[in-house]
Design a protein around this ligand. Structure first.
Ligand SMILES: *Cc1c(COP(=O)(O)O)cnc(C)c1O
Length: 323
């Protein structure tokens, strides 16, 4: 990072940022990419690029773009949002058809469908390509665009063996996080065709996302794509083995079969243990897990944890739940 060649990405470009953008665009088989500080900004640039105020964005009910981006779709872009409940993150086409409205004098039309790959709230599940393509074709047939929140797309690529190009081919835009499992300290990318990225660039400027000397960060992003990506298989195997250990404990519901990537979600059903207390005791034992109230505990495997850490985590859970 310290040796990266840098420039002014707000003015006339930063060579290392440009190299990262080019590499990411190639990876996803698209014309262009844009480096941004966060996944939220990548998603919001896409949303702002594809919509106008008063229109509707449709997404799965527990999607990051609906629940975890501080209401940006409404606050920044004047959109109405239409949540559709899915199974394992997958929205049934029949349900999308049921709630879809065309634009007319009375009704705001759906102009954007957002899908999430992998789907975070369902525990990092991979949405099947055929399902997504059916949804894309349906949306495109009605004049709507499709954005893939691919914050964890690299995990889907590794888990499925399907290329990023194939996942990205039918979507109008894709966002990717470098700072999740890929292991870079900072940064995300929006990937799309050239004219969409031109519009997103102006929005990025408007939101204050243009950065000088960002090549220091992009240098780590290049390493993340090169070395972080193939390493994800280790995280997935470790998550599965952690899930197997946790599923054997009393007071826990956990289905190892549902662990497809690097996220392990467990439901705490112990009659006497308060989930918040379990999370606090875990933290005191040196294991950080995120509690989704009331009782879902999420563990994530990544480049900084290994088999002995998973062992320690399972042992701590066993101790806390039997005390
Ligand atoms: C992490 C994540 C994002 C982006 O979050 P930031 O914190 O803004 O980087 C977007 N979507 C999903 C599904 C995520 O997991």
């Amino acid at each position: 990072m310290a040796q990266a060649e840098v420039g002014d990405d707000v003015l006339d470009g930063d060579p290392t940022v440009r190299a990262l953008e080019q590499r990411a665009a190639e990876w996803a088989g698209r014309e262009a990419a844009l480096f941004v500080p966060s996944g939220t900004m990548a998603n919001q640039l896409a949303i702002g690029t594809w919509t106008r105020p008063g229109e509707v964005m449709l997404a799965e009910a527990s999607a990051h773009v609906l629940l975890y981006e501080a209401g940006a779709a409404g606050a920044l872009h004047g959109l109405q949002t239409l949540p559709v409940r899915g199974t394992g993150g997958v929205m049934a086409l029949s349900e999308v058809e049921r709630v879809w409205q065309e634009t007319d004098l009375h009704t705001p039309g759906v102009s954007l469908v957002c899908v999430e790959q992998t789907h975070m709230s369902s525990g990092g599940r991979v949405q099947p390509l055929a399902e997504l393509e059916r949804l894309y074709a349906w949306a495109h047939g009605r004049g709507a665009r499709v954005h893939m929140d691919g914050a964890r797309l690299a995990n889907a690529v590794v888990a499925s063996g399907i290329d990023a190009r194939d996942w990205a081919a039918q979507a109008d835009s894709v966002s990717v996080c470098l700072s999740k499992g890929l292991g870079a300290p900072v940064g995300s990318l929006l990937i799309a065709d050239g004219d969409a990225i031109e519009r997103a660039l102006r929005l990025r400027k408007r939101l204050g996302g243009g950065m000088r000397q960002a090549g220091f960060l992009a240098a780590a992003g290049l390493v993340a794509l090169e070395e972080g990506l193939p390493r994800l298989a280790e995280d997935h195997a470790l998550a599965r083995s952690l899930a197997e250990r946790l599923s054997a404990l009393d007071g826990v519901h956990c289905d190892p079969e549902s662990v497809e990537t690097n996220i392990v979600t467990v439901e705490l059903v112990h009659p006497e243990r308060d989930p918040q207390a379990v999370a606090s005791e875990l933290e005191a034992a040196g294991v950080r897990a995120l509690l989704f109230p009331p009782n879902i505990l999420r563990f994530v495997t990544h480049r900084d944890v290994g088999p002995s850490d998973a062992e320690r985590c399972a042992a701590a859970m066993a101790r806390i739940l039997t005390n």
